[in-house]
Write a protein that binds this ligand. Structure first.
Ligand SMILES: O=C1NC[C@H](CO)[C@@H](O)[C@@H]1O
Length: 428
């Protein structure tokens, strides 16, 4: 069918129900719903009508993801204009109260196309990291503190400790809630449907990887964090009684390694399901320059991380989604010409634990790998992103090719499809 923008579009799929929580599982359309997902942070950017928009690419990416069984996308809904070097440009928020409607229409287009493919989307409304401006940019606006890019300062500990000041800043929280209301109460300009009534939104998510501070977060910082999650999640539910709300937490790695904090932060009835992320290289469990020597350590710790968080989900009686995980390409290399044998081995280990425990009825509700690169390609010899370059799965704060799964990574795509079939076959 030829759509309004003159591009062949998928035929409308049947309208589904909202994703709901049934004890420790998701349900949709009267049956168990398992997440076979991709991180696709830039999906709304590709949907824009002009500027950075690439609607023909977006349709192809969605069709290619659908073809390997992907049913869920995790997408950045809001970004903040910032001077920080390794942040995406443009941003949906140019300044407090000043929003880029063309870019926000990109999210409308994405949601319209997702609905045609009966996929669902998790939309995150902020970012603890600098690659979309995020909480640090709010503090620059409302505290006047410089937005210091940790890729430049190389001081992530100070970055994390200062960024957590966002939770305590009343003016920043007020603007954050203004933005939340703008998105949650938005009416899709393509379909005319209010977002709050869109059954293809699975969940609103407070932020990407919100942390209480750095690894030495104080009891006071932890208490502020727990209250912030409860308050904001409750605020979102007050605007929208239909959709789930999640935090975007990484699990213990994003909770100062404090399991009690992770439980306390997610016990509230306002958080409907748990999230966690798995990053063996980022967390120095895996050394990609010594893969053989570090594999056993990495996979042992990864297996423990995967399984222990499912036990925490059992304690809270809520589903849990592994909504980020990744490993770099053989070499290591950023080039799409490099192989992905080690990453495929890691993915298979992750998928096997998720699928096996899901089949057993444990509260693991699926995964989103990080991240879909699809047809995007790195543009520069140094693999860093510059405005005007393709978007790929790696945001601008990392080399373009670090963790992306590209459309040429056939062994990875086949592996994802193999486990998509297993998860989609689970009937409960
Ligand atoms: O949310 C995230 N988690 C890990 C990704 C890869 O390092 C990173 O790109 C992103 O900020």
């Amino acid at each position: 069918m030829i759509g309004a923008c003159g591009i062949v579009e998928a035929a409308p799929a049947a309208m589904g129900d909202f994703v709901t929580v049934n004890k420790t599982h998701f349900a949709r359309n009267g049956q168990a719903y398992y997440i076979v997902g991709a991180n696709f942070w830039y999906g709304g950017y590709l949907g824009a009508a002009g500027g950075v928009g690439e609607r023909a690419r977006l349709l192809k990416e969605l069709d290619n993801m659908k073809a390997i069984g992907i049913n869920n996308l995790r997408v950045l809904a809001v970004s903040e204009k910032t001077d920080m070097k390794s942040a995406v440009r443009p941003a949906t928020t140019n300044a407090p109260g000043k929003y880029d409607e063309e870019l926000l229409t990109g999210l409308d287009f994405l949601m319209a196309e997702v609905a045609k493919r009966d996929m669902t989307v998790v939309l995150y409304l902020n970012n603890f990291w600098q690659w979309s401006g995020g909480m640090t940019q709010y503090l620059n606006w409302f505290e006047g503190t410089p937005a210091l890019d940790p890729n430049v300062t190389k001081d992530y500990d100070t970055y994390m400790q200062k960024t957590a000041g966002f939770y305590r800043n009343a003016a920043a929280q007020a603007e954050y809630r203004n933005v939340i209301a703008k998105i949650v109460k938005r009416v899709n300009t393509i379909t005319g449907k209010p977002y709050a009534e869109d059954t293809h939104i699975m969940s609103w998510q407070l932020a990407n990887e919100p942390r209480p501070g750095n690894g030495n977060a104080t009891p006071e910082e932890k208490a502020v964090y727990v209250k912030w999650i409860d308050d904001v999640a409750g605020y979102i539910h007050s605007l929208d009684r239909n959709h789930l709300v999640s935090s975007g937490s990484e699990g213990l790695a994003g909770s100062a390694q404090d399991a009690q904090l992770y439980l306390d932060a997610h016990r509230t009835k306002n958080i409907d399901y748990l999230t966690y992320h798995l990053w063996p290289k980022n967390w120095s469990w895996f050394d990609s320059n010594n893969p053989t020597g570090s594999w056993d350590n990495a996979i042992t710790k990864s297996r423990d991380y995967l399984n222990s968080h499912i036990e925490l989900a059992k304690k809270l009686g809520k589903p849990i989604v592994l909504e980020e995980f990744g490993l770099d390409r053989d070499g290591p290399s950023f080039s799409i010409k490099s192989t992905t044998h080690i990453r495929d081995r890691f993915y298979r280990e992750v998928f096997e634990i998720v699928a096996t425990r899901a089949q057993k009825g444990d509260p693991i509700a699926g995964f989103n790998f990080w991240a879909w690169g699809g047809a995007g390609r790195a543009a520069n010899a140094d693999y860093w992103w510059k405005p005007g370059n393709d978007f790929v799965g790696d945001p601008p704060q990392e080399e373009q090719g670090l963790y992306s799964v590209f459309d040429s990574d056939v062994t990875s795509l086949v592996l994802i499809k193999e486990y998509a079939d297993k998860l989609h076959a689970i009937k409960r």
